[in-house]
Design a protein. Sequence first.
Length: 302
Amino acid sequence: MSTTPDPAASPSALQRLREELPQLNPGNRRIAEAILADPLAAGDSSITALAESAETFPGAVSRFARKLGYAGFPALRAAIALDNGRAAQSGWERDIGTAITPADSPGDVLDILAGTAARALRDAAAVIDQAQVERAADAITAAERVHLHGEWGDSIAVRELYLRLQRIGVAVWCHESGPRTLDLVSRTFTERDVVLVLNRSGKDRTALELLRSAERAGATTIAVHGVPGSALEQAADIPLYTGIRNGTVWTQHFAGRASDTLLTSMLWLLVAQRRSADPTMRFVDDGTLQPHTPAAPHRDHS
């Protein structure tokens, strides 16, 4: 007598269909192919609709379900729906993680995000090497030109750093183009330049090659990263670990981005402090830092 398989103990219904497909007769194969072609629809379909899509009869669908070990089509359909739910949950967990679930309310989501960012900032502040950030600030302040690079999510903090440095008068460029453009840019590097890359994984080939090109030109290299001991860290003159390790799911990336912004914000503020201390520079009414030439002393010729 056939019994409905225990969903928790039995293999995935969809996986069983894929495995048995080559051995099925033509009629059963059409049913299996109709299910596998659109599992979401099959998990919510009537036996008549599925039979029509497989060009067969409802009775054939019932017999096929029993052949697979289910009590009938309703039990098979429930197993398919369970698989669909598992796949959706697995995809969510693989992409977003388990800190936030699809059932969380907007208030829960906000609290979790705020807590994640707060913990990331606290943890990063305890780990960031302040002396290394000061070295990087000194190098940028003294540089003739500063080149920044970051791709995809890494470009967020880099782009803000670019705008902030530009606002205080640093000769800075932000490069987000592909390898060919970066190769052309790298040919202009000199020993008076600083090249800063941000790559959380610490292994991006483009970022690594840019640092190596800068090193060959004698430029000072800075690497902002999320993996201690990574290839990027070892390739830079001044490696800057953000204090939060590179993650595998979105909520971990969110924490990492918070640490990126913390470190790069600290970096530009230290540069701003150094430039504001320069007697030839001053902040003007629009908040930018501009060259300042002291007025010549007034002479009374009377």
